[in-house]
Write a new protein. Structure first.
Length: 695
């Protein structure tokens, strides 16, 4: 009943606390929102004042220059300059220069009725004197029509704007136009502005701005509680309040920014203050409640401890494993019947005695000693499932599994030691170990027998390979040897005919070359490592090999598809071995296609060039290669040709050469014909230090 009452009380207190938190949070939000709106309204008024001040300063600055064109129209020197065949240009240039310096404008100039410049205040700058006619400019057309000219021009590549003011000059007629030019950057310097300001023309082009980081992203409008809608923009410094006004007479748009961070800061301060005050009040109320319940909980804890001790005694006495309750000093306080049965002791014999009496001297494991030595200290760590040796009351030892842990709910009560007799399990493990050892001996004997059988199979394979090699070599050598006997017999009868004898000897030399080629393949197959790693031009090697097969290509009417690789593409190795690789691959392709009717095609393609290697394909449209013999193609003395057509060493030599050079070769699946893809290493500067390689 007490627990149910406590649970209902906890739920009610939790609900009240939740409602209180919601109330404080709502008040904090309302206070922050009200404070923010009040601060934003103040900032809006401040922004309006800034906007009016900026417009007043700008108009005042423009008024300082608007009189200049009219001043020039009254100047007698300007009137003389506009007379026919006048020679007063130099005088007017100086007059304009002086007026321009005093007034602070960018430039002053006088145009005739056709728009041609006659005098210029910046006449000392040769490149600045406007020699071209100004008749197409808007300010000239306005003045020549008898009106006051006013035009703003933008220069996109340079990124600046200029203001032109003009007035017609009358003598006895409309003789010309007086013009004042003002750079907007000069107007910006005259404005005492310390806040972000931007002025744009009616078409939206930028006239000037006071802040180089004017924000570009528009935020959603913000509506205050009083119904006022504020326009916001976002920039690098955060969100700002933007206020703009359109000048009807000039058509310009003037905008100012007001940083709203002070308003946000004020809202956070007010909201945080309300929230902090509410939290402090809540903590005070909670402290008063907790101090009242603390006394009640102490009484309940004492009662709960007594009940817990009784429950633990009941659990220990009825458990099916050995349980021993020890105090922080390691003395036995309670032992259950199962533990007494395991150790063969009685309660009177072991109570208030050290638990070490249950463990035989010299049989205790080191972790168990450390755990028992740390009882009652901060160094204690729970011990779980440790196998150790115990000692029964009659002095006999037995294997056991020990666990020690502190009382979970009441650590001050001490520790609970769990003991399980594992004698039967140990006997089963011993029997299993003996069975595993017997099985291991059988596996070792069987493995040794398999290794001996494998060695015999390898030897038989070697003998089979040697037999195939011997048959092929004997057959290949018998033909030239038989031919040489015939040529020697013929040579004896041709001793008197030198020309016929020379022809005979040349044929014998060809037979010897063929025999040397056969034995040379065996030598290449035997010696695998290249003697020297050098840079080899892939284009040069491929070109040389293709020259050797020119006659064979013509015989087969073969069409070659080959794009030479770059000259500076160098691979690592030596010319002779790369020639041997390409010769064997191209020869095999030609032999395969010779048994089929045309057309015959051969592709030599550079597929990919990586950082350390290249990939090169040799592909034909011959009969292809069966999938069941692909794994045997690169074995020595394996050939699909008839006896006498080859030794079966070509692809084995290719594979051996590429492997020695750090590359490889493989067969690709194609819809027709066969494709051999070879990968060879690029020659790099790092290879120079390892260019010497022993065979």
């Amino acid at each position: 009943m007490a627990r149910e009452t406590s649970g209902r009380s906890s739920y009610s207190i939790g609900g009240l606390a939740f409602l209180y938190i919601l109330l404080v949070a709502g008040l904090a939000w309302f206070a922050g929102s009200w404070s923010r709106d009040w601060a934003l309204a103040r900032l809006q008024v401040q922004g309006s004042d800034r906007l009016l001040t900026s417009i007043s300063q700008m108009r005042l600055a423009l008024d300082q220059y608007s009189y200049l064109p009219f001043l020039l129209t009254q100047n007698t020197d300007v009137h003389r300059l506009l007379q026919p065949e006048s020679t007063h240009q130099a005088t007017v240039n100086r007059v304009l220069e002086q007026i321009n310096l005093v007034a602070g404008s960018s430039a002053l100039f006088v145009l005739d009725a056709e728009g041609k410049p006659l005098a210029f205040s910046n006449w000392r700058e040769e490149q600045a004197f406007p020699l071209e006619s100004q008749r197409d400019q808007g300010y000239f057309r306005q003045a020549i029509a008898g009106e006051q000219g006013f035009e703003l021009q933008f220069y996109a590549p340079q990124g600046y704007a200029r203001l032109y003011m003009s007035a017609p000059v009358y003598t006895d007629r409309l003789a010309g136009v007086a013009v004042m030019r003002l750079d907007m950057s000069q107007l910006r310097e005259q404005l005492a502005i310390e806040y972000p300001l931007v002025i744009r023309a009616a078409d939206g082009q930028l006239i000037f701005k006071s802040d180089t980081h004017w924000p570009q992203t528009r935020e959603a409008p913000l509506e205050l509680n009083n119904g006022t809608v504020l326009e916001r923009v976002r920039g690098d410094a955060g969100v700002s309040l933007q206020q703009s006004v359109q000048l009807d007479d000039l058509g310009w748009s003037v905008s100012v920014l007001t940083d709203i961070r002070p308003a946000q800061y004020r809202a956070r301060v007010v909201g945080g203050s309300v929230l902090g005050g509410g939290v402090a009040l809540g903590l005070l109320l909670l402290y008063l409640r907790e101090s009242r319940q603390k006394r009640r909980l102490q009484l309940e804890r004492m009662q709960e401890r007594a009940r817990s001790e009784q429950q633990q005694r009941d659990i220990i006495n009825t458990a099916q494993v050995g349980l021993i309750h020890v105090d922080p000093c390691g003395q036995v306080q309670l032992i259950n019947p199962m533990a007494m049965q395991i150790f063969g002791v009685s309660v009177e014999h072991i109570r208030n005695q050290s638990i070490l009496r249950l463990l035989g001297e010299g049989f205790t494991a080191l972790p168990l000693k450390q755990a028992l030595g740390a009882l009652g200290t901060d160094r204690f760590r729970p011990l779980t499932g440790l196998e150790a040796v115990g000692q029964r009351g009659d002095g006999s030892a037995f294997p056991m599994m020990v666990s020690i842990r502190q009382m979970t709910h009441h650590p001050e009560l001490g520790y609970l030691v769990t003991v399980i007799d594992i004698s039967r399990r140990k006997r089963l493990e011993q029997a299993l170990r003996e069975a595993n050892e017997s099985l291991e001996q059988k596996v070792v004997a069987r493995t040794r027998a398999l290794e001996e059988a494998q060695a015999e199979l390898v030897q038989a394979g070697k003998l089979a390979a040697l037999g195939r090699m011997s048959a092929s070599v004997v057959h290949e050598l018998n033909q030239p040897m038989t031919a040489m006997r015939t040529y020697l017999a013929i040579a004896e009868r041709l001793l008197a005919q030198p020309e016929a004898l020379n022809k005979n000897l040349k044929q014998q030399e060809q037979m010897l070359d063929r025999m040397a080629l056969i034995t040379g393949q065996l030598k290449i197959f035997a010696y695998r490592k290249p003697e020297r790693i050098e840079p080899v031009s892939l284009q040069q090697v491929t070109t040389q090999v293709l020259q050797m097969f020119r006659g064979r290509f013509e015989e087969l009417a073969l069409q070659l598809h080959y794009t030479p690789p770059p000259v500076d593409l160098l691979v690592a190795g030596d010319n002779a071995r790369y020639e041997q690789v390409l010769i064997n691959l191209i020869k095999n392709a030609c032999d395969a296609m010779s048994s089929l009717p045309g057309p015959h095609h051969l592709w030599l393609e550079l597929v990919n060039t990586g950082e350390r290697s290249i990939i090169f394909d040799v592909r034909d449209n011959g009969p292809g290669i069966d999938a069941d013999i692909r794994e045997q193609l690169f074995e020595p003395f394996f050939t699909t040709k008839e006896v006498g057509q080859g030794l079966g060493l070509g692809l084995a030599i290719v594979s051996s050469i590429l492997r020695d050079l750090g590359g490889d070769i493989r067969i690709l699946d194609t819809s027709e014909g066969a494709c051999f893809r070879i990968k060879v290493p690029l020659y790099a500067a790092a290879d120079q230090g390892n260019s010497e390689v022993k065979a």
